[in-house]
Design a protein around this ligand. Structure first.
Ligand SMILES: [Zn+2]
Ligand SMILES: [Zn+2]
Length: 877
């Protein structure tokens, strides 16, 4: 057995299946394209699902892939043993209704024995207990001895998820020999020690399970196989676990050299080394696919992995940000198979650095806080969910990080109450956003339509099309007709309506027939190459089969196109002015505005914003022609077209060119000439995530309205100030000056009045047990003035307590000051404030000689005055 490297095994597998007429496809992005049920791609089959269900036509009936995958069900366990990992690669060969069991088995065997040269006597296979067909093939055709073909139950060797396509599996095992045996006398095939290791699963999808539980044979069964590349590499390289596989080991060794530690010497150190080794691959690949650290969804997965890795670096004694260096190593090891890593290298490093630095800023404080919480736990071994949530919310500690740290001290977290806190916060966020997931977009219903219900988009050239109603969906049910007032979604075989994609929102307009009128409010691409038009039935009754005319709202289309075309100019201008590290990270193009998110590592200066805005406008006024062509992706890249990050392109792409200035791959709708954009204005620039900025801008009619508003503002200001535009600023400056001197005068008058009142105040003094006290309505707006007045009164009341209050519209501020003599008698201003503010539903406190607080209920002052003698008396010894 030759010791093949991980990269070699991957290449061998893919080229083997190419010799069997398979099309080699690039690994899909880790971000699932259509499957909303999935956070991250976790198997080779996941991105190919639409081909298996027949909803989409595969580019070839035989396909082979090496798919990057991430699984994160129990991040905390990764590192603790050498068995768990989050990132892995899955090799697979797939047949979409083409070859079946016989070829799948024969090729698997050929690859194992001829291409990998695994010794036949070390191979075992399992089959599903009732799958005699598979037995016959393994035994008769391949020649595997019957005792090495093990029949297994449904749990192990039958693949099904609910209803729909399913079928038996056959797995291939490798016997790693005595050395790996657990040594028990019962150790034989099936033992869960490390001796017999499964490395290839062949799934024969031959049934369709119906609602009565019948398994109906499929006319065109499919093949779906999966071989874990890391596991296969461990076998071929005769190493104990995936952390010793070549590429992974190089990463591991690099981490050791950075930290100056040795692997295999100390269990605690090993855990940290393994955590970083595993997590950094997930982190690198996720960022290269466009995931950004955040507190939600896959962004949160990324953040958890990154922060856990960063903290284990600290445990190894690494100072400062180091993860991007390790990531560089990963890129070096993997970029041949994944060229996107090299293309995005700088970007990946930047994102990692920023997130790591951010975390570092709060790490120390967070650890201190956690220690405080632990100290408060006393005999309990469980940290409350609120405390864990506080750490998450304020110090960016993902739950598994807190769990990790606690576990090191033999403690745990109340995860249920943490989840509660989390849910409460989500609730708040939802309310704040006013989220309401549009009804009727639940994807599954569209997969139930006949496969021939498809849509051709013809709207690049036409805004009006004669068509026919092919399908109607109402309340997530496929229906035949619908009437006035209903909210429905309809499918046409041909449509001029642009469906939301690439950040550009959908067209709106009308679909009309002889007996009905529909208002199109949205349009989305749904599974199976369909455009679902979300409509309100304005008039009449619409039925499947009705003829119709579909008309796009031209004014809106043009306004949107202006904003889309200008987005390309903006992208280019940003790269010219800020640098080529600028990558589009997202965009939203609608009729009223555009939003452009891009990678950049600090806020833009006022000057940069002006420069970008000017460059865009200059290019608008140049009147450059906008030309659109279709070509192959290779050709487009040769032309120098910018491909957008995380975007998936087919073989034929659309190239949008603006003069010689900008060239981008884009599926959106555009103007014919840049001059039609009119004018461009940036209305805001700000940060939305680590290393990501957002520009909001306007064009066309909205910009005109914006200018009118500004103009009106000036006109109104002039008329209010009784001046004209030329004198406006001067007038304002004068007024500010006047106001300032008036304010001064008022203050000095106020304190004069207050002083004049001093004697009067003193005359109001009361006495409790030889302590004199006064309660005064000070009518002062600043606390400072109140204090000054308080001091003066206190000076005259040598054995006394002064309580001042001032009301404003929504609260009353209360100040208490006690003289030395009073304090020595037991008076504590802080406690007095605490008690009196409680009466008025407020809060406050302070030192024995001075304290302050406030109450919300202004009406309670009387009650407080009445309570004071008792409160004071209580304090005097
Ligand atoms: Zn065993
Ligand atoms: Zn575009």
């Amino acid at each position: 057995m030759e010791k093949l490297g991980l990269n070699e095994i991957r290449e061998k597998f893919l080229s083997f299946f190419e010799t069997k007429a398979h099309l080699r496809l690039k690994s899909a992005s880790l971000i699932p394209e259509k499957d909303k049920s999935l956070l991250l791609i976790n198997s080779g089959m996941a991105p190919l699902k639409p081909f298996f269900t027949g909803q989409e036509t595969p580019p070839n009936k035989r396909v082979t892939t090496c798919q990057k995958c991430i699984r994160t069900p129990d991040i905390e366990r990764v590192g603790k043993t050498a068995r768990h990992g989050t990132f892995f690669e899955m090799l697979g060969n797939f047949s979409f209704g083409d070859y079946f069991k016989e070829d799948a088995i024969a090729w698997a065997w050929e690859f194992c024995t001829k291409w990998l040269e695994l010794p036949e006597d070390r191979l075992w296979v399992t089959i599903y207990q009732d799958d005699n067909e598979a037995f016959e093939i393994w035994n008769k055709k391949i020649g595997v001895a019957p005792e090495k073909i093990v029949r297994m139950g449904k749990e192990d060797n039958f693949w099904e998820i609910g209803l729909g396509p399913c079928g038996p599996c056959s797995e291939i095992y490798f016997d790693r020999g005595e050395r790996y045996s657990c040594g028990k006398p019962t150790c034989k095939f099936g033992c869960d020690c490390d001796r017999y290791i499964e490395f290839w699963n062949l799934v024969f999808t031959q049934f369709d399970k119906d609602e009565e539980g019948n398994y109906n044979r499929l006319a065109n069964p499919n093949i779906d196989t999966g071989m874990g590349l890391e596991r296969m590499s461990a076998i071929m390289q005769e190493v104990d676990n995936i952390f010793e596989v070549d590429t992974i080991k190089y990463t591991l060794e690099y981490i050791c050299s950075l930290a100056g530690v040795e692997y295999g010497m100390d269990e605690k150190t090993d855990v940290s080394i393994r955590v970083i080794t595993d997590h950094i691959r997930s982190v690198t690949f996720m960022i290269s696919d466009g995931v950004l650290p955040s507190n939600e969804g896959r962004g949160y997965v990324l953040r958890r992995l990154l922060r856990r890795g960063a903290r284990h670096g600290k445990l190894l004694g690494l100072k400062g940000a180091f993860l991007s260096k390790v990531s560089k190593k990963v890129i070096e090891l993997y970029h041949n198979a994944y060229p996107e890593l090299k293309e995005k290298e700088e970007y990946i490093e930047n994102i990692i650095d920023i997130e790591e630095e951010r975390f570092e800023e709060t790490l120390e404080q967070g650890l201190e806080k956690l220690q405080e919480y632990i100290d408060l736990m006393g005999d309990s071994d469980t940290l409350s969910g609120e405390a864990a949530f506080k750490l998450y919310d304020t110090y960016g500690f993902p739950l598994d990080l807190t769990k990790d740290i606690l576990e090191e001290q033999g403690l745990k977290v109340d995860e249920r109450s943490f989840a509660n806190e989390m849910e409460l916060q989500r609730e708040r966020a939802r309310t704040a956003r006013g989220d309401n997931e549009a009804e009727g977009w639940k994807e599954d219903i569209y997969s139930k339509l006949d496969n021939d219900v498809k849509t051709d988009f013809v709207g690049y050239d036409k805004l009006t099309v004669h068509s026919i109603i092919k399908a109607i969906i109402a309340d997530n049910i496929i229906v035949n007709k619908s009437k006035k007032g209903d909210n429905i979604s309809v499918i046409l075989p041909e449509t001029p309506f642009y469906a939301e994609s690439g950040g550009q929102l959908a067209d709106s307009g009308f679909i009309e027939g002889e007996s009905f009128k529909l208002q199109v409010v949205d349009c989305k691409k749904v599974v199976g190459g369909r455009y679902a038009h979300s409509c309100i039935v304005l008039e009449g009754e619409v039925s499947v089969g009705d003829k119709c005319i579909a008309v796009v709202d031209k004014k809106q289309r043009l306004a949107t196109a202006r904003n889309h075309s200008v987005t390309h100019l903006l992208h280019k201008a940003l790269r010219n002015i800020l640098g080529s590290h600028v990558e589009q990270a997202g965009s939203l193009v609608e009729k009223d505005r555009l939003r452009f998110d891009f990678s950049h590592f600090k806020a833009m200066t006022e000057d940069e914003i002006k420069k970008v805005e000017r460059e865009v406008n200059v290019n608008i006024w140049k009147g450059m022609e906008i030309t659109i062509t279709e070509t192959t992706i290779e050709e487009a890249k040769n032309m120098g077209a910018m491909a957008l990050f995380g975007e998936k392109y087919g073989n034929i792409v659309r190239v949008v060119k603006m003069g010689d200035y900008s060239i981008e791959l884009c599926g959106g709708t555009h103007m014919n000439n840049t001059s039609q954009i009119g004018m461009f204005k940036i209305v805001s620039e700000g940060g939305i995530a680590a290393g990501v900025r957002r520009i909001e801008a306007i064009t066309g009619e909205v910009l005109y309205e914006y200018l009118l508003d500004k103009e009106n503002l000036i006109i109104n200001a002039c008329s209010k100030l009784k001046t004209n535009e030329d004198d406006l600023l001067r007038k304002i400056e004068h007024m500010i000056k006047d106001a300032k001197s008036m304010e001064k005068e008022i203050q000095s008058l106020k304190s004069k009045i207050a002083e004049a009142d001093l004697d009067e105040y003193l005359a109001q003094a009361n006495e409790v047990k030889n302590v004199r006290y006064v309660v005064i309505d000070a009518h002062l707006s600043s606390l400072e003035d109140m204090r000054a007045l308080g001091d003066k009164i206190k000076g005259k009341l040598d054995n006394g307590l002064v309580i001042l209050y001032s009301k404003s519209t929504d609260k009353t501020t209360i100040l208490a000051m006690a003289s030395k003599a009073a304090v020595s008698k037991g008076i504590h201003a802080g406690n007095i404030i605490k008690e009196v503010t409680k009466i008025g539903n407020g809060s406050g406190g302070g030192r024995p000689d001075m304290a302050q607080g406030g109450i919300k209920d202004n009406g309670k002052i009387g009650e407080i005055k009445d309570a004071l003698p008792v409160i004071i008396a209580k304090q005097i010894q």
